[in-house]
Ligand binder design. Structure first.
Ligand SMILES: Nc1nc2c(c(=O)[nH]1)N[C@H]1C(S)=C(S)[C@@H](COP(=O)(O)O)O[C@H]1N2
Ligand SMILES: [Mo]
Length: 423
């Protein structure tokens, strides 16, 4: 839409949110496989072939459109000395809204996915309790459950940014270890009440039934607050890769502590000192001292479109959109900059602002064809503001690569190519 005068809200082309309504009229141009909303749609009045013949009928289990198959998790190559170990990342640049489809939820496994028959699986609660308990899957299904929308994020997510490099990184490759789902399960407090926690208990040691025998210690205060024994994910049984038949779910906390394929909860006085809370998932500072437990995930956001490896193919109006989340509350505000952080404007929050859940934001941007650096900055309900990369490095150094919530900078050059940059 040449010559149009937009209301500017910040430098380098950020404009008032009401101009989002004009985006389709202006026509959007983003090229190739990562394209966002379709461009110039000249109205055609002919009836297409697919509207003239009946298609296939109903089916027992649905599948996505063949035109949406480019949405794939990005998995690392298998490593023979680490069988079943590794991760896959959600295609954040292709997703909209806030819920991650189960097939695209990120994965992180330390010894692959066990093939568990729920009829033979047990959950034991023992240790410092009045009455040790053993539950079958069938029995667990009879308890009252709650449903909550929460993100899950691996503490290793975005760690690559601290390392530098990764100029060809995408939203998915750099930040795809975060997803969000509706988790349905039994409040852990219900099961602990039934077992009768003894007064001296302070921790709950949770153990998974996978070959990694993954264990993590959860402080009792968190266990009694909002932790779930989750059985459903977005309405269906938790997927095998997410911990079928049951997983622990600790809202807002680093993904590692949400133990999958949960089989034991032992009440203890002290943390159990599992491998995953001593040799790993501890944060080493520049002076080589380490924090053992860093539980909540940071206050964070990310522009998912335009993002790394996308291309803008003409000047003009774009919808800048992304996700924001905090392990300490809900998202209150997201600001966007198009000039590398010199000036900022408030984005529109398009979603519900649930506690410890993804929020979706957007703002229109009038690209003038010049260089730009797009950034977003989240503020949560506790007043925590997402830090810059420089601030994170000054504070915590670069030995530790867990828990990096820093602002992501996407550079746009004159050719319209978008890439990961450091400023
Ligand atoms: N039993 C068990 N639980 C586990 C893991 C594991 O390998 N085994 N991986 C942990 C890590 S490091 C993360 S980030 C989350 C990933 O959960 P997801 O695969 O459902 O995304 O599960 C955690 N729980
Ligand atoms: Mo993780």
């Amino acid at each position: 839409m040449p010559n149009k005068v937009f209301d500017k809200v910040a430098g380098n082309g950020l404009i008032s949110r009401r101009h989002l309504l004009e985006i389709s009229a202006a026509g959007l141009g983003m090229a190739a496989s990562n394209s966002v909303l379709g461009a110039d749609s000249a109205l055609k009045l002919e009836i297409p072939v697919w509207s003239k013949v009946p298609g296939p009928g109903a089916s027992g289990y649905g599948s996505r459109s063949t035109h949406a198959e480019h949405m794939q998790r990005l998995a690392g190559a298998p490593n023979p000395i680490y069988p079943g170990g590794g991760s896959s990342r959600s295609p954040l640049q292709h997703l909209q809204g806030t819920i991650t489809p189960n097939s695209l939820h990120f994965e992180r496994h330390h010894a692959g996915i066990p093939d568990i028959n729920p009829a033979e699986h047990k959950l034991v609660i023992n240790g410092l309790v009045r009455q040790p308990l053993v539950f079958s899957y069938e029995e667990l299904l009879k308890y009252p459950m709650v449903s909550k929308i929460h993100f899950l994020e691996c503490s290793g997510n975005s760690g690559a940014l601290l390392r530098g490099g990764n100029e060809d990184g995408t939203a998915q490759s750099l930040h795809g270890l975060v997803s969000c789902a509706e988790w349905t399960g039994i409040p852990l407090s219900t099961l602990l009440d039934e077992a009768g926690v003894l007064r001296e208990a302070r921790w709950v040691a949770a153990v998974g039934a996978d070959a990694a025998s993954m264990g993590r210690s959860v402080p009792l205060s968190k266990a009694l607050d909002d932790v779930l024994v989750a059985l459903y994910q977005n309405g269906e049984p938790v997927r095998p890769e997410q911990g079928y038949p049951i997983r622990l779910f600790c809202p807002g906390w680093e993904g590692n502590i949400s133990v999958k394929w949960l089989t034991q909860l032992k009440l203890t006085r002290e943390p159990a000192q599992f491998r995953d809370e001593t040799s790993k998932y501890t944060d080493t500072m520049p002076d080589r001292s380490s924090y053992q437990f860093t539980f909540p995930m940071g206050t964070k956001s990310l522009i998912t479109s335009p993002s790394g490896q996308m291309a803008l193919n003409s000047q003009g109006l774009y919808k800048v959109t992304g996700i924001a989340w905090s392990g300490s509350g809900s998202i209150r505000r997201v600001e966007v900059s198009a000039d590398g952080g010199r000036s900022w404007a408030d984005a529109l929050i398009e979603s519900d602002q649930f506690e410890k859940a993804l929020a979706r934001f957007s703002i229109p941007w009038d690209w003038n064809g010049g260089d730009a650096v797009l950034q977003s900055r989240a503020t949560d309900s506790q007043g925590n503001v997402q830090p810059t990369r420089d601030a994170v490095i000054a504070d915590r150094g670069t030995i530790n690569r867990y828990h990096n919530p820093c602002i992501q900078s996407w550079g746009v050059n004159r050719a319209g190519e978008v890439s990961n940059v450091y400023i």
